[in-house]
Design a protein around this ligand. Sequence first.
Ligand SMILES: [Mn+2]
Length: 369
Amino acid sequence: MKIIHCADLHLDSKMESNLDREKAVERKSELFDTFCRMAEYAKLNEVKVIIIAGDLFDTSKNMQLRVKRRVLSVIRDTPDTDFLYIKGNHDSEDFLEGEDLPENLKLFSREGRSYEYANVLITGKDYKKGMTEKDWSEFCAKLKNDPEKINILVLHEQEGKSFGKEGSVNMSVFKDLNIDYLALGHIHSYKCHKLDKRGVYCYSGCLEGRGFDECGDKGFVLLETEEDQKTGGRLRHSFVPFAKRRIHDLRLKLDGGYSREDIEELISEKIKDIPETDMVKLTFSGEVEEDTDIDIEFLQKKFGEGFYFMKMCDETKLKLSYEDYENDISLKGEFIRLVKGKRMREEDKREIILMGLRALSDREIDIWR
Ligand SMILES: [Mn+2]
C-alpha cells in the first residue's frame, strides 16, 4: 500500500512579499496546481491515502471560498484515495462548517482519532495551542497502537527541547509507543530522524517554496508498506521532490576590488546550474574597495531575464583604512585631520572618522572594525 505524507501547503497564501501582483497571482495558482498534480500522482500510482499534516490553508482571513471549494472538488475527483487532514496552526477551526464534504476527506479532532487501512493504523490530532507535557502524556496513553500493525501518528507541531514554550514538543514523549512513522507538519523543510528503535519522525516540508526562507527541494514523502510475516509489516519512506519551482538564496562574498566584468563573471559562475524556471536571490556581501562596480539595477536586468524571478541585494561594506585618506586634499582628508587634532580617546576618534567617511561615501563601511 502507498501513502503520501505532505504538509504546509498554505494554498491561499498571498505570495506578494517578493513578487509583483501579476506574478503573485500566477504563483498562487501554481501552489494549487501542485496540489492537483499530487492528486493526479496519487491516481496514477494507486496511492491509497494522502496525509495532510496541517496548514492546508494559510489564514482564514485570506481564505477565499473559491479556493476552498476547488480543493474539495479535487478531493472529490480523486475517489480512490482518502485525504486524511489534520488542522495546523494556520487552519481555522470552523472553515469547513456548512460545506458539503467529500466522503474520502477524513478529518480529525483536537483530542485525536484513528483510521485503519488493512494493517496500517493512522492516528492524527488537530493542532491545539498550549499543550503541556502532561497533556501530551495523557494523549499518548490513549494511543491504541498495535505492535503487530504499522502505526502512523500525524501531528502539526514544532519539535523542541521543552514543552509548551513557543508551542514546542519534545519528541521523546513519543518514544516506545510502537510508532513506525510520525508524520509531522509545521517546519517547511524535509527532515527525517530516528524516533526510537522502531520508528522515525519526519517533516515532509511544504509542497512549494513561497519565499526566500523556503529554499531547496520541496515535495512530499512517499510511504510504502511491505508485507512481512515476522514483523507484521514494514514501512519504507522516501522524499519525492515535487515543486514546480525551486527557490535559491545565494550569497557572493567579496573581498577586494572588482570591475563590472569581474562581478558579471562571478555571477555567471554562481548561477550556471540553476534552471530558468527557478527563483533566485543573490546577495553580495564582504568588503570591497571603493572602485568596485556593483550596479544592482543593471545586473538584475541583465541576469534576471534568465529566471522566473531574480532579486539582487548589495550588502557589501567599504574596505577602508582611513590612513589612506589622511593626507588627501579633499573633504575626507580635511575631516580626518580635524578629528585627529581633537583631544579625545583614540578609539573614539577612529569611530568618528569611520562614521564621517561613511557619510561622505556612497557605500556602507563597517564602523566596528
Ligand atoms: Mn504551521
